[in-house]
Design a protein around this ligand. Structure first.
Ligand SMILES: [Zn+2]
Length: 258
């Protein structure tokens, strides 16, 4: 993987946004790979596909690419129409998401990460203010993807702060939470919520008591559930079975950081 863009391609374009699009798309086509199957067969959709930019020729996984000039990933990513995004999430017709940040002086990739599609839930999609009446598309409502709400396990870096992450590690991380693909509705909501709770505890070793502190918040989200503590323990069991945390002794857990 080479982090530099092929700037020769920029020659025939004058608008900055077009140049950025051409350079980032070309970079992904040449240096990216499909983390789902590990093959280097990313192809661009030729016509203006409304939902995705790339697909894997081997396993047919689809990817949308968003990029911005920045050295850091930040909390939010600006995306397209809010209603289309919510529709896509609810219909399961959303692609995986590639996010790229670059240094526009050196024209080099700083961060390149993937968020698997099953991490997208409506709560990470934020509605922006409608465009003003003077705008060309007055009333149009866009959205932000709030990546700070995505569990850490769902932010899989291929390049982090200019460091290339070994491909085996990337694929391993993808496989680790691929079980989420089969989870729907509140069963998916619960596991993602508990992953977020675990992420927000600063230490690697934590107790059940620390996780129970989230009980009141979870009760607000799941008001009909009268067994929040049981539900928490059940999710921790799943995370343990999937190798994401370890049981140390009674009521004590450890995060497995890879
Ligand atoms: Zn693939």
């Amino acid at each position: 993987m080479n982090l530099s863009f092929n700037i020769k391609l920029a020659k025939s374009y004058s608008s900055n946004s077009q140049i950025a699009r051409v350079l980032t798309e070309n970079w992904v086509k040449i240096n990216g790979y499909c983390p789902d199957c590990g093959n280097f067969y990313l192809r661009e959709f030729t016509n203006n596909q409304p939902v995705a930019d790339f697909y894997c020729e081997y396993c047919r996984s689809e990817y949308e690419l968003k990029s911005k000039k920045s050295n850091t990933v930040g909390k939010k990513i600006v995306d397209g129409a809010y209603s289309t995004m919510i529709e896509r999430i609810n219909s399961d017709n959303n692609p995986n998401f590639f996010f790229l940040t670059y240094d526009e002086v050196k024209w080099e990739v700083k961060n390149f990460l993937i968020i698997p599609k099953y991490y997208f839930t409506s709560e990470i999609i934020e509605e922006r203010k409608p465009l003003s009446m003077n705008a060309k598309r007055a009333g149009w409502i866009g959205c932000n993807i709030n990546i700070s709400k995505i569990p850490l396990n769902g932010r899989i870096y291929l390049v982090k702060n200019s460091e290339i992450i070994p491909k085996d590690e990337v694929i391993g991380k993808w496989k680790e939470t691929e079980f989420l693909k089969l989870k729907k509705g509140s069963s998916k909501g619960w596991i993602l919520d508990i992953m977020r709770c675990v992420d927000s505890i600063p230490n690697d070793i934590f107790t059940l008591k620390e996780i129970y502190k989230f009980e009141a918040d979870l009760k607000l989200k799941y008001p009909d559930n009268n067994f929040i503590k049981d539900k928490i323990r059940q999710q921790l069991q799943i995370l343990r079975d999937k190798g994401l945390i370890e049981f140390q002794t009674r009521g004590v857990y450890k995060k497995i950081i890879k």
